[in-house]
Design a binder for this molecule. Structure first.
Ligand code: SAM
Length: 247
């Protein structure tokens, strides 16, 4: 692997531990304002993107969300046997409260919660029909290793769906960086009421994130089939990838 010293520990394949530790603290600091800033910076499209991911699950399926954060997606998915994984105990604490309240209101059993990294999932092989990653893949320390682990815990014929900030090409990524570096910073400042808000770090993770082509290739290299991945219309600032574990 080439040195990441000139990029503060980031490249499209992953993030060095020191830089990741800083990023993780920034992610935890977003919790009180996370949903509101997301809604504003995506003009409300994040709800539609979450629903489009949830639509990949059928009733009764076993579903793992990797990088569940404060539960913004997990509290919305219905009718599945749900496991939420995140390395942050604080994210899991907030998620558990929200997600189990929503599940209980719909007469569903609590979800399971696992404190772990995507790169080392402490769950048996072939356990899940679906694995979903929403706005967490960009934060993996080692994206290839995370995908290998996800492939391992998927049942044969099972499916991974990733939704994250998107880069159609490096040129498009430049436009995205402008957006993240200006409008998103301004919105985060307004919502949090401080210049010193954690979205500065999130912009950094987008800067060094790879293109759709790069991750489609990584998914295939790891062993996923029926791989596809594209920008989501009409906003074009997020991408959705789909890949399946061969039967
Ligand atoms: C922006 S939040 C995503 C929240 C949620 N999934 C949603 O729908 O908005 C990103 C989450 O990814 C988690 N994360 C960071 N690195 C990770 C890794 N290596 N493996 C799994 N999750 C990770 C963070 O702790 C954080 O909770």
């Amino acid at each position: 692997m080439a040195s990441r010293s000139s990029t503060g520990g980031y490249d499209p394949s992953g993030i060095d531990l020191d830089a990741w530790t800083v990023l993780e603290a920034e992610l935890e600091a977003t919790i009180p304002h996370y949903d509101r800033v997301n809604r504003l910076m995506t003009f409300g499209q994040d709800r539609r993107w979450r629903a489009s991911v949830a639509a990949h699950a059928e009733p009764g399926m076993s579903v793992l969300e990797v990088g569940c954060g404060p539960g913004s997606f997990a509290e919305t998915i219905r009718g599945v046997d749900l496991t939420c994984l995140d390395p942050s105990p604080e994210m899991l604490r907030v998620a558990r409260k929200r997600v189990d309240a929503a599940r209980s209101a719909h007469g569903e059993a609590p979800a399971a919660y696992v404190e772990a990294l995507a790169e080392s999932i402490p769950l048996p092989d072939a356990s899940f029909d679906r694995v979903f990653c929403l706005f967490s893949f960009r934060d993996f320390q080692d994206k290839k290793k995370g995908l290998e682990e996800i492939l391992r815990v998927l049942k044969p014929g099972g499916r991974l769906v990733i939704c994250d900030a998107g880069k159609g090409s490096w040129l498009h990524g430049f436009a995205g960086r402008m957006w993240m570096g200006t409008v998103v910073q301004w919105m985060a400042r307004r919502v949090t009421g401080t210049r010193d808000h954690p979205w500065r770090g999130l912009a950094r993770s987008y800067t060094h994130y790879g293109t759709n082509r790069y991750y489609r290739r990584m998914l295939r290299d790891v062993g996923f089939t029926s791989v596809r991945g594209r920008l989501l219309w009409p906003f074009l600032m997020a991408s959705r990838f789909v890949g399946e574990r061969p039967n």
